[in-house]
Design a protein around this ligand. Structure first.
Ligand SMILES: C[S@@+](CC[C@H](N)C(=O)[O-])C[C@H]1O[C@@H](n2cnc3c(N)ncnc32)[C@H](O)[C@@H]1O
Length: 207
């Protein structure tokens, strides 16, 4: 039987998840934001940790483990199994929980990254990222391009109605600025027939 919850839907998908596709999106996101090797980083709604697993091998041993948090125990279990090799699992702090709010103190993160998930989290996530980030630090996320988003019925009912999927990079930047971020920069990333918008922005200095 298919689970009615979002976590259950991703649990059911965990073993057949398209890792190659999502790892390419995560790579594009990392290249757009360029986190420092020792930065305090969160991989928000990490799934199988496409972002965290790419950052882990370059992490110095002294750096705080990357917070990788997701609602789906099945996706996190797959991520843990894939996180082997140098810097692998030890560099990642896996959590199974709601990612909003993030379980971190205010202004304690240098970088928040969220690949392919913000449209499930809703706009409230951006307010929380402003809380979690040190002023002047970076956030990066990807969203599907509106014209290329075709979720199945079981996923579409979990899509937040307060995150407008962008038709252009400029739309993504303008919306991000309305959420209180500055220095917003977006681009469209092409993956075969699919398209995503990659956005980076800065957490403002003031409240
Ligand atoms: C399309 S997957 C993307 C996963 C991963 N970031 C990647 O790039 O492969 C969306 C993920 O968002 C997670 N998710 C959705 N809402 C969440 C929430 N409120 N808290 C934590 N995780 C959430 C789902 O469990 C799922 O793993």
């Amino acid at each position: 039987m298919q689970s009615a919850t979002l976590a259950g839907a991703f649990d059911d998908l965990a073993d057949s998840y398209d890792h190659r596709h999502h790892e390419e999106i995560a790579r594009a996101l990392i290249a757009w934001v360029v986190p420092g090797a020792a930065d305090a980083v969160a991989d928000v709604a990490c799934g199988a940790g496409a972002v965290a697993r790419q950052l882990a091998p370059n992490r110095p041993e002294t750096a705080r483990p990357i917070l990788a948090i997701d609602l789906s125990p099945g996706m996190v279990a797959v991520g843990r199994a894939l996180a082997t090799g140098p810097g692998g699992d030890a560099a990642i702090d896996w959590r199974v929980a709601d990612a909003v709010p993030l379980p971190v103190a205010a202004h304690s993160l240098d970088v928040v990254l969220c690949a392919s998930s913000l449209h499930f989290l809703g706009r409230r996530a951006l307010a929380d990222w402003r809380r979690a980030l040190r002023p002047g630090c970076r956030v990066g996320f990807t969203l599907p391009l509106a014209t290329h988003f075709r979720p199945s019925e079981r996923f579409s009912r979990h899509v937040a109605d307060d995150v407008p999927l962008p038709h252009t990079a400029q739309e993504a930047s303008e919306w991000t600025a309305t959420c209180g971020f500055t220095g917003v920069d977006s681009r469209i990333h092409v993956l075969g027939t699919r398209r995503v918008v990659v956005t980076s922005a800065t957490s403002p200095d003031g409240p």
